[in-house]
Structures are given as structure tokens and as C-alpha cells.
Design a protein. Structure first.
Length: 390
């Protein structure tokens, strides 16, 4: 049996002349997510209709729940526009609801095709009554229904009750690419997700300090990139060995400055990768004053070392909200696995709280990290995560 899915685009409906290009990217992303499956995607009056085999139901649900740029989606009945067909379908939906233990419903009707002889009020009344008559035990509750049966009269009649909210935002691939500094922690994967939800394609760089950090810590970061890659049509993860850089900082820098100088080195190195792969910005999971290295003064120190824009989508969020988002997007349980990140191992006991940016640059230059960064850049590893990338 073929299934039909109705997909409502989100913010892109506000676009003017370039709406078509946003729709084309959305369609291409969905095709990529479901590649190798028997699917057909049709755009009709601003809505997408996806036709699939019922065997692909789970895959379609997985894809639609990770697709950026849509406000909602539902598996729907697709029927000829007759009142008889619509009424019978509503009764079938009602039977489904009662079988799921739902006791109260309401009907929402929308008639886009004004040539259909029943307006939305008449549809609500007649179909609601038919459901009450045909499904004993089911009641109407317009204020707190257990479920809503939707009727949409468009080029066909669409009836559905299992409506899902989409992720919103814009289709990935409509806002350039950014390079995410991905640690193994809670924040940076969430930062990547937020930028992807604005349509940005994401690549990521992870710095490790083997043998001070373990192979498990590296694997954990790869798994985080896999999860985020599932939302942003794939991530190229660059894994860079930073042991020599960290050792130089530990041996030669004033201890309170160690973390800020390490962040500067990460930014410096990340920017070099970003320029090579034509990323337009750097993305971090920093949040104002969350830790000593993220005071406004210390953020100035780390930002001063680069010229690309540094985007920090979590800057105004508190930790609880970040954790809730991490749980929603499925990265939290991986992020809290106990493998240590390179920063933790080298953190000084009394970090500087308000570094002076000019002093930071002088200290940074005195460390002569350039050759060590160049060496790290000759040896990095690339892992493709999420969807296959060309
Ligand atoms: P998280 O580790 O999830 O980002 P955090 O609160 O532990 O959160 P910090 O360790 O202070 O944050 O790091 C700040 C930011 O610097 C991170 O969000 C990330 O963008 C970047 N970063 C830190 N460590 C690394 C690393 N090993 N590799 C790449 N980026 C890193
Ligand atoms: Mg961290």
C-alpha cells in the first residue's frame, strides 16, 4: 500500500522572490534523507506531499522529525472531494482514536478549494456528528481534546489526526556553511543544531590530546557528529591532534592563562581549516560566564585571534535550557559519557577571569605555536558523519 504524507513548510513561506529556491533545497534534503527508497515528492500550492511505500513508514517518520525548515507533518488519507468520502474517513479516524484510548476529539476543517459545496463550519458540524454517531464512547471536547481530526479540502480531500510539529527553521543548505568547534561536551552539539536550524551547513573540528585523552573520547565525538549530521545533511568532522600545542602552553605560559591561550590556539587552527574548506564562520558552544574562559573579557581574547565571524548561538542560554535542548535532539546521553576532554586535563586551578586582549595576543605570540599548528594541520583526520557526503 502507498502512504501519503503532508508536509507544511515553515519560515520559508515568508520568503518572497526566492521562495522557490528554498523549496528546492527542502525537497533535495528530503530526497537525500530518503535516498534508496521508493518515494515521490510533489509540491502543490506551498505544501509538499510525499508518497511512499508503507514499508518505509519508520524511515519517513525518522527523516521528517529531523528535517529543518518544516512547521509540521502528518501521514494523511488522500481522498476524492466528496462529502461522503470525507465523512467516512472522519469516522475511520474516530475509530482509530478510540482504539488508542483517546476519549475526546474535535474537528478542524479548512476549505482552500472554495468550489467545494460545504464550508468549514458545515464540515465541522456534519463530520463531527457522523463521528459521534459512528464511534460509541468518543465525545467532543473543543477546549481539551485528546486528539484533533483535521479536514483539508485542497486539490484533494486530506483527513488526518496524527499531526506532528516540525523542527521549524530553514532548510539546511540555504545559509552557507560554518565550522563548529565540537568538544565532547553538552554545549557544542546543541550550538551546531541551532545553526543548522537557521539553514547553515555544518562541518566540525575536534581537538584531541592523545594519549592524554582516550580513543573513547574521540569515538564519543564521532557519535555526537553522527547525531548532528542527521539534522544537517551530513558533517565532515576534522580530528586534529593538539598534544604538542597543549604541552607548549602548559610548559611556557603563565598557568592562569592556559585555558584562554588554548582556546585562542583552537580558534586560530579552526580558522585555517575554515578558510581551506570555504566555511564562512566559526561556531562555538560558549555561553556568557558559564565558566571562567567565557567571561566577556576572555571571549574577546579568543575572538581577537581570528577575523572570521564567531557565532555563539548559546551565548544567552542558561545550562538547564541547553541540557533540555540536548535531550530533545538526542545528544545529551552521549555528551555525559565520562571520557575527558583535552581542556579539562590541562585546566589550571586558578584561571584568569578577565584577560586583557592585548596581553593575550602578546602571550600567544610569545609561545610560537605557529609551526605546531601547521604540523597539526598536515596530519588531521577526516570522518564523514551522518548522511553520505560527496
Ligand atoms: P562543551 O564542551 O559542550 O562545549 P563546555 O561548557 O565544556 O561545553 P568549554 O569546554 O569551555 O565548554 O568549551 C567552550 C567551547 O570551545 C566549546 O563549546 C567548543 O565549541 C569549543 N571547544 C572546547 N573544547 C574543544 C575541543 N576539544 N575541540 C573542539 N572544540 C572545543
Ligand atoms: Mg567542554
Amino acid at each position: 500500500m502507498r502512504l501519503t504524507w503532508l508536509i507544511k513548510p515553515g519560515e520559508l513561506t515568508l520568503k518572497g522572490g526566492n521562495r522557490k529556491s528554498f523549496e528546492a533545497v527542502l525537497k533535495r534534503n528530503l530526497q537525500t534523507m530518503l535516498s534508496g527508497r521508493d518515494v515521490q515528492i510533489v509540491l502543490h500550492n506551498g505544501r509538499f506531499y510525499l508518497h511512499t511505500s508503507e514499508h518505509d513508514q519508520a524511515a519517513v517518520e525518522g527523516a521528517l522529525s529531523r528535517l529543518m525548515g518544516i512547521s509540521g507533518w502528518a501521514q494523511t488519507r488522500s481522498l476524492p472531494k466528496t462529502i461522503e468520502a470525507v465523512t467516512a474517513a472522519c469516522v475511520e479516524e474516530g475509530k482509530k482514536l478510540i482504539a488508542q484510548g483517546i476519549a475526546a476529539f474535535k474537528i478542524e476543517a479548512r476549505r482552500t478549494d472554495k468550489s467545494f459545496p460545504h464550508d468549514s463550519f458545515a464540515l465541522r458540524c456534519s463530520c463531527g456528528q457522523a463521528v459521534l454517531d459512528g464511534v460509541p464512547g468518543l465525545k467532543v471536547d473543543v477546549h481539551q481534546p485528546g486528539a484533533v481530526i483535521y479536514i483539508e479540502i485542497r486539490e484533494k480531500a486530506y483527513i488526518y489526526s496524527d499531526a506532528h510539529k516540525g523542527l521549524g527553521g530553514l532548510p539546511v543548505g540555504t545559509a552557507g556553511r560554518g565550522l563548529l568547534l565540537l568538544s565532547g561536551g553538552i554545549d557544542s552539539p546543541v550550538a551546531g543544531f541551532f545553526m543548522a536550524s537557521r539553514g547553515m551547513g555544518i562541518d566540525a573540528v575536534h581537538f584531541h590530546a592523545y594519549p592524554y585523552t582516550s580513543a573513547e573520547a574521540r569515538q564519543k565525538t564521532v557519535r555526537l557528529a553522527e547525531i548532528i549530521g542527521g539534522y544537517c545533511m551530513g558533517i565532515r568532522l576534522y580530528i586534529v591532534g593538539f598534544t604538542k600545542v597543549q604541552m607548549r602552553i602548559k610548559e611556557s605560559a603563565p598557568p592562569p592563562w592556559a585555558t584562554v591561550l588554548l582556546r585562542m590556539a583552537m580558534m586560530d587552527c579552526a580558522e585555517k581549516i575554515a578558510r581551506k574548506i570555504k566555511s564562512k564562520c566559526l561556531i562555538t558552544g560558549e555561553s556568557l560566564s558559564q565558566v571562567a574562559s567565557q567571561t566577556i573579557e576572555n571571549l574577546s581574547c579568543t575572538e581577537n585571534i581570528v577575523t572570521l565571524p564567531v557565532l555563539r548561538p548559546l551565548i544567552g542560554m542558561d545550562k538547564d535550557s541547553i541540557i533540555r535542548k540536548a535531550e530533545q535532539i538526542g545528544t545529551y546521553s552521549t555528551s555525559i559519557e565520562p571520557y575527558q576532554d583535552c581542556c579539562v586535563l590541562f585546566s589550571p586551578p586558578h584561571p584568569i577571569l578577565r584577560g586583557d586582549p592585548a596581553e593575550a595576543i602578546t602571550l600567544y605570540e610569545s609561545l610560537e605555536l605557529e609551526p605546531l599548528i601547521e604540523e597539526a594541520l598536515r596530519e588531521y583526520e577526516t570522518v564523514k558523519c551522518g548522511y553520505p557526503l560527496t
